[in-house]
Design a protein around this ligand. Structure first.
Ligand SMILES: Cc1cc2nc3c(=O)[nH]c(=O)nc-3n(C[C@H](O)[C@H](O)[C@H](O)COP(=O)(O)OP(=O)(O)OC[C@H]3O[C@@H](n4cnc5c(N)ncnc54)[C@H](O)[C@@H]3O)c2cc1C
Length: 378
């Protein structure tokens, strides 16, 4: 019998495992249907906020050594104006194959047990209480608490609200002639209110992708043809840069599930975290830092129950409140940002961007809207 069983070893589940160990709870099992290292369809961009969180988790040095620093964010507005925002530490791109593995290894070093491949099929129940997890192969693992951290397509979600999601498609290219320390956010009208991106992965390798709303205003599935839209986007924005480039592998798509008001994140014996609890940013699709923070909240809630004897109801209530306090304003700012993208405001800002006051304000605002923290203008 474990103290905690965690289903899913992405940034959310693995950060929860590290957080538990840091709080003295090491009788923990981390389960994943895949062996590590493994890939995850993702831009692999770590925002300034994510960089703060990995300091707490004790993997900052390894991530910096294995990642690619980005010092400039190039923003292209719907009216095709350009802004370049520079900062000493705008972001780091660290491939998910590497990043997730570093986090899992950190948890193992702190005493957490990793079991892979373990594909969770159902939760073990005693009455209304979750008491463990059953694998597709019939293995049963019992624990005092279970964390569901199985990502966007969570099979355990208890949130009754229809899912809102961002639809994505992305690809990789080698030998691309672009600045190695710059990432692009392209607010192309065909993707509005979302955007396309290009993130450097080092030595001429980039990933490029697009994201659009997965649903229309009434919740109906988007009718946008992602492949055709991506082909047109690539031709329009990266035709020259990709002329002599070599495509790497197939294009991949994956939903990003978001919410504005964090809903059901617990039931007796279990907590939901990260993207399984819909904790991503609705305007940027950022979810790595949110998943890790969510995991750290789950670790603390569990430690309150297991080590301090606090009632589960009180600790789980605290858990929900932490999410609402931490994320609601950033998620509301995300909706404001979406409204701005759909208006001529961004073009106007770009037109006055050479004014130092405007430049400073844009940097601050974008920093907090995108990352929940501010970055310095240059
Ligand atoms: C195209 C794209 C680009 C993105 N770019 C960025 C970016 O640049 N920066 C950023 O911050 N965010 C980005 N995101 C969002 C980010 O990838 C996710 O929000 C983040 O990975 C969520 O972390 P998580 O730990 O909650 O879930 P995940 O990372 O999805 O991890 C879930 C884990 O659970 C495992 N699992 C699933 N089902 C089971 C099961 N039944 N049994 C056992 N294990 C299971 C999976 O194998 C996986 O390891 C992007 C997303 C997409 C789709």
């Amino acid at each position: 019998m474990y103290d905690v069983a965690i289903i899913g070893a992405g940034p959310g589940g693995a950060a929860a495992a590290v957080g538990l160990a840091q709080l003295g709870v090491t009788n923990v099992v981390l389960l994943d249907r895949e062996g590590f290292p493994r890939d995850k369809t993702c831009g692999s961009g770590l925002s300034p906020n994510a960089l703060n969180v990995i300091e707490k988790l004790g993997i900052a040095a390894e991530v910096r050594a294995n990642g690619f620093a980005v010092n400039t964010v190039r923003i292209v507005t719907p009216g095709k104006r350009e802004m370049r925002i520079s900062s000493d530490a705008a972001a780091i791109v660290c491939l998910r194959r590497v990043f997730d593995h570093l986090l899992v290894e950190r948890a193992q070093k702190l005493g957490v047990t990793l079991v892979t491949p373990f594909r969770a099929d159902s939760l073990l129940m005693e009455g209304e209480r979750v008491v463990g997890v059953r694998g597709f192969d019939g293995r049963e693992i019992r624990a005092r608490l279970v964390f569901c951290a199985d990502g966007a397509n969570s099979i355990f979600s208890i949130d009754p609200r229809p899912k809102r999601s961002i639809a994505t498609l992305m690809g990789w290219w080698d030998d691309v002639a672009v600045a190695p320390d710059q990432l692009d956010m392209i607010f192309d009208r065909s993707l509005s209110p979302l955007y396309g991106w290009m993130f450097p992965e080092g030595k001429g390798r980039v990933n490029i992708g697009i994201c659009v709303d997965g649903q229309g205003p009434d919740g109906e599935k988007t009718t946008i043809n992602l492949r055709q839209t991506f082909e047109r986007f690539l031709g329009e924005h990266y035709g020259q840069a990709l002329a002599k480039a070599t495509p790497v592998g197939k294009w991949k798509g994956h939903p990003i599930v978001y919410t504005t008001w964090v809903g059901n994140v617990s039931r007796p014996g279990a907590l939901y975290l990260g993207e399984a609890a819909r904790i991503t940013h609705n305007a940027t699709g950022e979810g790595i830092s949110q998943a890790m923070e969510s995991g750290l909240f789950a670790a603390e809630a569990a430690a309150r129950v297991l080590r301090q004897g606090e009632s589960e109801a009180k600790a789980f209530g605290w858990y929900l409140n932490q999410h609402r306090k931490r994320f609601t304003s950033a998620f509301l700012a995300g909706h404001a940002l979406r409204a701005v993208i759909d208006s001529p405001i961004l073009d106007g800002v770009a037109d006055t961007y050479n004014n130092p006051l405007v430049r400073k304000a844009v940097t601050r605002l974008l920093g907090s809207a995108l990352a929940g923290s501010s970055v310095n203008a240059s």
